[in-house]
Design a protein around this ligand. Structure first.
Ligand code: AP5
Length: 220
């Protein structure tokens, strides 16, 4: 199973990616997590992208395409993978097709903009694992501590309100056109385009996702 997750910042891509990874035993690849790990470690890539990510802007396509190309050939992707945060532009989507990387389904998670700010302002993350919590909607067992390791949770610097607004606007302008891009494809490489309602509880959204994905996995 090879999947792409699309959705606004805060739509729940990272949250749901963990459940999909566990159910289908595929690698969950979050380009945002990869960039944050590089920033945290102070690698040359991290130093190049640090300000771009903090400002809520997009990292250049050539950098992202090279990063993903290197990642999806790793052993843990042999059984399939889920791309969370890639592609984000038409050139990134073209790069997948130009390199004949077949994708089974593109799953768009839709949440109205009005709900996104509340989700992102309460978000807390465990940087080492990428596990995502919310102070109200999806709290950890112990406040501000990761459920598995007990390590401290942090707030992402790009979750500051003004930056979130910029990221949402950028999604609508640059990434949302990928929905039309994929719906217009009708050749053999074309993935299925699935749209689900991302509102309601985390469990309700997972259930909707598993329902639509079970149709994909049984028809293949
Ligand atoms: P990235 O990390 O990909 O950020 P994003 O796409 O903006 O998405 P988010 O992680 O903010 O949201 P999410 O949908 O994963 O929501 P989550 O599950 O956490 O990218 C960060 C940056 O990296 C970009 O801005 C860019 O600079 C750069 N970048 C990355 N990829 C790139 C690319 N391909 N090209 C160029 N640049 C790139 O949920 C959010 C909160 O809501 C959590 O607190 C969660 O607990 C809560 N929540 C989840 N589901 C529900 C629910 N159903 N009800 C209530 N609360 C919920």
């Amino acid at each position: 199973m090879r999947l792409i997750l699309l959705g606004c910042p805060g739509a729940g891509k990272g949250t749901q990616a963990g459940f999909i990874r566990d159910k289908y035993n595929i690698a969950a690849i979050s380009t945002g997590d990869m960039l944050r790990a590089a920033i945290q470690s102070g690698t040359p890539l991290g130093n190049t992208v640090k300000q771009i990510v903090a400002d809520g802007k997009l990292v250049p396509d050539d950098v992202m395409i090279a990063l993903v190309a290197e990642r999806i050939v790793q052993a843990d992707c042999a059984n399939g993978f889920l791309l969370d945060g890639f592609p984000r532009t038409i050139p990134q989507a073209d790069a997948l097709r130009d390199n004949h990387i077949a994708i089974d389904a593109v799953l768009e998670i839709r949440v109205p903009d009005t709900q996104l700010l509340a989700r992102l302002s309460g978000r807390r993350v465990h940087p080492a694992s990428g596990r995502v919590y919310h102070t109200f909607y999806h709290p950890p067992k112990v406040a501000d501590r990761d459920d598995v390791t007990g390590e401290p949770l942090v707030q992402r610097p790009d979750d500051e309100e003004e930056t979130v607004k910029k990221r949402i606007a950028l999604y609508h302008a640059t990434t949302e056109p990928l929905v039309k891009y994929y719906s217009d494809l009708n050749d053999q490489q074309a993935p299925r385009l699935l749209t689900i309602d991302g509102t309601g509880s985390v469990d309700a959204v997972s259930q909707r996702i598993f329902n639509v994905l079970s149709a994909v996995s049984t028809s293949d």
